[in-house]
Unconditional design. Structure first.
Lengths: 252, 319
């Protein structure tokens, strides 16, 4: 049942020009960043070689590529998740789901996995770029796996927050703006931490920053605590979404 | 509970904050019955339907569908219900077939059965040749039919239709009414409307709801009986004097309408029409019209729904 709902969500996305234009734009921009990064690496390769442990092409180019991707998706994901629930509320199609034999959990999970499937397609297309290095040389697959997992978890977390904010309103645009603000807040919170004088405050702020947990993975450092952080983040927002939708039936 | 009782609602109430939308309603729906839900705007029709279909939780009371409680076993109960809300819940970017296929899967129809279910629903709702068209490009009437097809795709025991004929042209309304009658043969149907003749045309059973309370709950026959009144119009070429008419047994009063017509009043259970006709023939009044007057459904509706206010006042005074 979750699969049916997720498939419809994905199908709807590809029926609108939004999904196609997002895929096209991100592919274009990331290709530019990838090529520029590659060019820069090529130029400084000679100097780098003199270092004791020179950074490889994977570390420099791939890490940089997916960090840019993550930031770009911070801007884009609110646009994808905005209509997830609020759009249905606006078009009054929610009764179709509510009066069908499915639970709220299935509805929310179905919608969330629909978005995640779309993001996975996008990520798969972007991964083709680092893989193209294989024609000319070798890449660090462990590093690539770590950064892919990190990016995937990060953007899934974005999507979970977006789905929740979308349940709060019937205006997709309001949902998009709020989601964007919320994600940006969680992203830059460690700038605040850097200027904080209290060490314990700084520690906490740094911990809840989405960026901190991602940076390590983007450098190829895999820590299970980071993975658990993202999973908890996702579960929290999905549970909140389910509660919020359930509340729809109780009160108006 | 007999197996033919599809829906049983007991002491259902629903509040929106301090506002009471539905107050202590109880009723039942049996297989093969079309139940009409009548009421002015804001009477609580839609709220009741939303509660029946699990879109709203009741504040108090219980709803059971085919013997399954809607709150205890929501999935099993909802599988037996098809619901068309006031505004059909359509994904307009889909084609009719894609949309119906999704609805079929959503209502737990097995993958092998989906095509057959879609074809059947399309055929029943007269959507034969629009399967591959985008829902967004269909006319309002066709969109409404897609909405109904969505509600009946899994052959539910109960079909709940909220104002199914709103915004349709007269021909479409006739077709949809015919469809509702057909649905009523196999399923139980509940439909809400504020178009009164629609109820007499399509329903077996009528419930009138006003300010959240059931004010009338009876079969169509009893409603029609209620509509029979205590007068008929008599038209004669050579009208006899009123005294002659008043003298006929059973006639309680005579009012002149114009030169050729009079209104004859009588007791509700003692209709002197036969005697009047016999007399007219015998005395050659030139009888050309004798038509019983009926209260229109509108009048009954107004009587029932406006009756509440004085009753409330006296209760308050008594208290």
């Amino acid at each position: 049942m979750i699969w049916t709902l997720a498939r419809r969500e994905l199908h709807s996305m590809f029926l609108s020009p939004l999904a196609w234009s997002i895929l096209a734009v991100i592919q274009l921009i990331m290709a530019m960043i990838f090529l520029t990064g590659f060019q820069q690496y090529y130029e400084v390769q000679a100097q780098l070689a003199m270092l004791e442990t020179p950074p490889g092409v994977s570390e420099v180019v791939i890490g940089n590529l997916f960090q840019s991707t993550a930031f770009f998706l911070l801007l884009v994901i609110p646009l994808i998740t905005m209509r997830i629930i609020s759009g249905e509320r606006r078009n009054r199609t929610l009764p179709l789901l509510f009066s069908a034999p499915v639970s709220m959990t299935e509805i929310v999970l179905g919608k969330f996995f629909g978005v995640v499937a779309f993001l996975a397609i996008m990520l798969a297309m972007l991964t083709l770029m680092p893989l193209s290095i294989l024609f000319a040389g070798s890449i660090d697959f462990g590093m690539l796996a770590s950064v892919l997992l990190g990016t995937f978890l990060l953007i899934s977390a974005f999507a979970a927050a977006g789905v929740f904010i979308s349940t709060l309103t019937r205006e997709p645009v309001v949902a998009a703006v709020s989601t964007f603000g919320f994600l940006l807040f969680l992203w830059i919170i460690d700038f605040v931490a850097a200027s904080s004088t209290m060490e314990s405050d700084a520690e906490l702020l740094r911990y809840i920053s989405l960026l901190q947990h991602f940076d390590a993975m983007a450098r190829g450092v895999f820590r299970s605590s980071d993975v658990i952080f993202y999973l908890l983040f996702i579960v929290t927002f999905l549970v909140l979404s389910i509660r919020r939708l359930d509340n729809d039936r109780l009160q108006h | 509970m007999s197996s033919d009782t599809l829906i049983s609602v007991s002491h259902l109430s629903r509040f929106y904050g301090p506002i009471c939308a539905v107050n202590d309603i109880s009723f039942e729906l049996k297989r093969g019955e079309v139940l009409g839900f009548l009421g002015p705007n804001g009477a609580g029709k839609s709220t009741t339907m939303q509660v029946l279909t699990g879109n709203l939780a009741p504040t108090a009371g219980a709803v059971s569908i085919c013997g399954m409680d809607l709150l205890d076993r929501p999935k099993d109960a909802k599988a037996e219900i098809g619901y068309l809300p006031e505004q059909p819940p359509l994904y307009t970017e889909f084609t009719v077939d894609e949309y119906l296929r999704f609805c079929a899967r959503l209502n737990r129809i097995r993958r092998e059965g989906v095509d057959a279910a879609v074809a059947r629903a399309r055929e029943r709702c007269g959507l034969g040749d629009v399967g591959r068209r985008l829902i967004a490009n269909l006319s309002k009437g066709y969109q409404q039919r897609v909405g109904i097809a969505q509600a009946v795709i899994h052959s539910p025991s109960v079909v709940v239709l909220d104002e199914p004929t709103v915004g349709l042209d007269p021909i479409q309304i006739r077709e949809i009414r015919k469809l509702i009658r057909e649905l009523g043969e196999e399923h139980g149907v509940i439909l809400s409307t504020h178009i009164l003749p629609e109820v007499t045309m399509t329903c077996d059973h009528v419930q009138i709801i006003n300010q959240g309370e059931l004010v009338f709950n009876d079969s169509i026959e009893n409603l029609t009986r209620k509509m029979d009144t205590d007068s008929f119009v008599l038209g004669c070429r050579r009208m006899p004097p009123t005294d002659t008419l008043a003298g006929i047994a059973g006639v309680t009063g005579v009012d002149a309408i114009d030169a050729d017509h009079v209104r004859v009043h009588h007791a509700p259970d003692d209709n002197p029409a036969e005697a009047v006709a016999a007399r007219a023939v015998k005395e050659d009044w030139g009888l050309f019209e004798l038509s019983p007057e009926r209260k229109s459904l509108e009048q009954i509706f107004v009587e029932l729904t406006s009756m509440e206010h004085p009753a409330d006042d006296t209760e308050e005074e008594a208290a």
